[in-house]
Design a protein around this ligand. Sequence first.
Ligand SMILES: *Cc1c(COP(=O)(O)O)cnc(C)c1O
Length: 390
Amino acid sequence: MRESSAMQSLPPYLFARIEKKIADAKEKGIDIINLGIGDPDQPTPGHIIEKMAEAINDSANHQYPSSAGLLQFREAVAGWYRQRFGVEVNPKSEVVSLLGSKEGIAHISFAYLDKGDINLVPDPGYPVYGVGTLLAGGVPYTVPLKEENSFLPVLEDIPADVASLAKLMFISYPNNPTGAVADLHFFEKVVEFAKTYDILVCHDGPYSEVAFDGLKVPSFLEAKGAKDIGIEFHSLSKTYNMTGWRLGWAAGNPDAIEVLGRFKSNVDSGVFQAIQYAGMAALKGPQDCVRDMQIIYQQRRDVVQAGLEKMGWQTKPPQGSLYFWVPVPKGYTAESFAELVLEKAGVIITPGNGYGEYGEGYFRIALTVSSARMVEAFERMAKAIGKVDF
Ligand SMILES: *Cc1c(COP(=O)(O)O)cnc(C)c1O
């Protein structure tokens, strides 16, 4: 048996290595505090679960769903965009349901890239952007996100000959892993750039509702002309603690939505309808659960900020996302520091190089464990490592 060369070209899955180390430590009886996982620890709000229970008992929901998603679900998405961002999307032609946004993010490359076509991919970034590109036979072109540029891509640095060959471009704010946010002005620059070179912009926005200090981040679709040239991937996963349910959508340019929908109708058969009804309950129901979630994460963010400062870090706290992106101390690589923290303190952090070459020199802390455990993690790290040096 021979796997495809595209499969062989995939980078090693970093988290598999970390999982092995966690298993080893657990076997030794060490109490591990995992600050590595980007998966909300809070349960899905009760009213969403109740809707699911009701919908699952309706046999009409047991059959194949429509591949694009129930019109009612797409209308709920459109209503949410109107209410939250003042953005109009046509539920019939500008929204498609996804089996979690990761699915659509991976598949858009198959729908748009021919062999050798370029996708402009941010680095550090969510690994699926580049992996989907490689599996589809495309070429990911690295667009660095640097601290000195507030982790925004510098569009002028992308060579014109590369941009001319690019068919897709990914951006994502609030950003995983850097915690950076973007404003409307940046999105408008992206629209202009994409129009110049005829590129489909794919904005990945699952953290739009995870922002702190009262900040309301914009949707990419708010930018003038965004729908001419772009789509936004979104998800119920982070906003409503629904990572396991697998429900998301893409919205925006109707041609791109049609193309992605046509691709999907050939490879999957849509989202279980009961889950779509639960998603409608989430999008149309009371939103206090979202505010409660923001408060919990903000408290944890402040605990991490205090812990880092105590050990000698001078970091700016993230304004959004579930992550702190922190430089490693002098003399360490991302991986050697993560290893030190695991061995000496029993704490898992994610080495930044798992998100690309520009992630080297950083590590990521996720805000997905309780404040009490976070306090303990920093006490252990401070005791084991002491003050850090830059
Ligand atoms: C969590 C996450 C997603 C969403 O994944 P789902 O498949 O919708 O659960 C997408 N992009 C980024 C950057 C993420 O961190």
